[in-house]
Write a protein that binds this ligand. Structure first.
Ligand SMILES: Nc1ncnc2c1ncn2[C@@H]1O[C@H](COP(=O)(O)OP(=O)(O)OP(=O)(O)O)[C@@H](O)[C@H]1O
Ligand SMILES: [Mg+2]
Length: 225
């Protein structure tokens, strides 16, 4: 479904990714693990066309998408939830969800009711402003908003980061449910215990290179500092 081959990218003259290759098959959850600064977020930004890659290819549903603008990549069904969430603080939860609709995008079954069923904590917060939500609630809203665009695949950048353990458990359950609904997911994660529980396939990224690729069950229990 998503195939990245030989991706090289960076910021200005600073190269960050050195030939990253990975794949996420339909209905599968792949984890991209690695320590701070390894290049996980840069990989997702390059896939989404938010930074231009200097080499390599990205295929989505069989088509080349590298070089396309981000809105076109999103319109084709690749959803992205950035690390910094980008909730609109002055809009209500319901309005933030509406922003996630993609005119001319894929048809699909995600509605405000269905995302509220996935994240029950959001259901009671419909009229609250985005800025008044807790970190965990904002993370749920960011994912829910992306689902409103009916993606076929989802890029999630460290959704469990900074969340209380109980909220991490809710997030884990939601991720498992999204996968069960048929979404292919590429999940960046530093918490390997979390990654091993939810992922099928795993990649370990260090200093912009894939050091390990294999079954998620083969990832060590090591938690990055
Ligand atoms: N906007 C930017 N401009 C310049 N350098 C950047 C920028 N964003 C990231 N970098 C650098 O690129 C490298 C990879 O960063 P990246 O954010 O992709 O890592 P990461 O694996 O997502 O780390 P983290 O776990 O901390 O989120 C780091 O050395 C970082 O300092
Ligand atoms: Mg990151």
């Amino acid at each position: 479904m998503l195939e990245v081959a030989g991706l090289e990218a960076g910021y200005g003259r600073a190269r960050v990714l050195f030939g990253v290759s990975l794949e996420v098959r339909a209905g599968e959850l792949a984890v991209l693990a690695g320590p701070n600064g390894a290049g996980k977020s840069t990989t997702l930004k390059s896939i989404m066309g938010l930074i231009r890659s200097s080499a390599g290819t990205v295929r989505f549903s069989g088509d080349r998408i590298d070089g396309l603008p981000p809105f076109e990549i999103a319109r084709r069904g690749l959803g992205y939830v950035p690390e910094d969430r980008r909730i609109f603080p002055g809009l209500s939860v319901a309005e933030n969800l509406e922003v996630g609709r993609i005119p001319g995008g894929r048809a699909g079954a995600w509605t405000p009711e269905r995302v509220a069923a996935l994240f029950p904590a959001l259901a009671a917060l419909r009229e609250r402003s985005g800025g008044s939500l807790s970190g965990g609630e904002q993370q749920m809203l960011a994912i829910a908003r992306t689902l409103m665009g009916n993606p076929a695949a989802l890029l999630l950048d460290e959704p469990s980061e900074g969340l209380a353990p109980r909220v991490v458990a809710d997030m884990e359950r939601a991720i498992v449910e999204m996968k069960a609904s048929g979404l292919a997911i590429l999940l960046c994660e530093q918490n390997l215990a979390f990654a091993r529980r939810v992922a099928d396939r795993a990649y370990l990224l260090e200093q912009g290179q894939v050091r390990f690729a294999g079954a998620a069950s083969e990832l060590g229990e090591y938690l990055f500092p």
